[in-house]
Write a protein that binds this ligand. Structure first.
Ligand SMILES: [Zn+2]
Length: 356
């Protein structure tokens, strides 16, 4: 056989666990990737090259220069143009493998939109940066009975876990979001190789599901730290929580928007006000503005003034390259100035304020 007419998936079909049948299943499958930052890029790259039939990618952000260190689908040109990640990713997938039907959606995934994306898909993978939206995906996956592959990375460590029908879900393992360390990639950084380790684990379990190799799936909460070389695995066997509000009580709180009270108020004068999100037992939030100032100074010029923290980002610009100012109140409220785009303002809030 000449190289020309040999299948592009020849080396993958040689694998005993996949073969031509598994390849056909991949081609017949539709994957939803929510969030196309570092994890999302790597997962999309793996699935597109593996020959998934359809890919839907949802992301609300634009490509920035600081993404290029780890977000493998994007280029200098995407950053210079401020291209939405979903669009840049869709274009890149067309270059990588034109056989994949890929749809990029520039959108904020919330309770009102998530079902429309998830209904028609076979697997859901997350490339997200916040636990709140992960709990939303967890709700959707459990309610629809679809497999969901969780992955998360910050600094040099990360976790991956499959959420499968009738097995433990994310909320069985993490009963509320108060376990969030408050660290985000924007505040403490992230190592690309740690992202690749986690995304490889995540995408591999999804591929095993799609090709029908269900017994081979790693049914564990798998954690690793690329710096300390520590790897742990918590078995999901018997990990179901009989009191889990999601998979046991089937009370889909995040899908119902019960925890979704982060209100964005367009306050005019080219600014958006964001109120804090209250989840679980963390109903009241008092910010230590002095500590917040120390963290935010890595991203701009911030000073405490009259009981508020105010400043301008050097690491973030709006779509039309305007400066972004932030005013932060001790109760967690923030005004994002320089934009009237609610989705952009929420994104700035989630990246820089939610984790404080
Ligand atoms: Zn559960």
């Amino acid at each position: 056989m000449t190289q020309q007419n040999q299948s592009r998936y020849h080396r993958q079909e040689l694998l005993a666990g996949i073969g031509p049948d598994g390849q056909a299943r991949l081609r017949a499958s539709h994957a939803l990737v929510v969030g196309c930052g570092a994890l999302g890029c790597a997962v999309v790259d793996i699935l597109a090259r593996a020959g998934i039939g359809r890919l839907t990618i949802v992301d609300r952000d634009i490509v920035e220069r600081t993404n290029l260190q780890r977000q493998t689908l994007y280029s200098e040109r995407d950053a210079a143009n401020g291209t939405p990640k979903a669009i840049a990713a869709q274009r890149r997938v067309a270059e990588i493998n034109p056989e994949v039907i890929c749809r990029g959606e520039v959108d904020h995934v919330g309770p009102e939109s998530v079902l429309s994306y998830a209904r028609d898909t076979d697997v859901i993978l997350d490339g997200l940066d916040n636990l709140h939206t992960r709990f939303l995906l967890n709700d959707v996956a459990v309610s629809l009975g679809k497999p969901y592959f969780y992955g998360g990375v910050v600094a040099t460590r990360g976790m991956s876990m499959p959420v499968l029908r009738d097995e433990a879900c994310l909320r069985c393992l993490f009963p509320d979001s108060s376990m969030q360390t408050g660290e985000t990639c924007d505040t403490v950084g992230v190592l690309m190789s740690a992202v690749l380790a986690v995304s490889a684990h995540q995408a591999t379990q999804a591929i095993k599901w799609i090709v029908g190799a269900h017994a081979a799936i790693d049914r564990s909460l798998w954690s690793m730290d690329a710096w300390t070389n520590r790897t742990t695995r918590v078995s999901l066997t018997n990990a179901r929580d009989a009191n889990c509000p999601c998979c046991a009580a089937r009370n889909f709180e995040f899908l119902a928007g019960m925890h979704d009270d982060q209100a964005a108020i367009l306050c005019g004068r080219n600014a958006v006000q964001i109120a804090p999100r209250r989840t679980g037992t963390n109903a009241t939030m008092a910010l230590d503005l002095r500590r917040a100032a120390v963290t935010l100074r890595a991203h701009g010029t911030f000073i405490e003034r009259d009981g508020l923290l105010v400043g301008t980002f050097t690491s973030v610009r709006t779509n039309d390259d305007s400066a972004v100012e932030l005013t932060l109140f001790p109760d967690g409220r923030a005004i994002v100035k320089g934009t009237t785009d609610e989705v952009f303002a929420r994104s700035v809030y989630d990246r820089f304020v939610s984790g404080l």
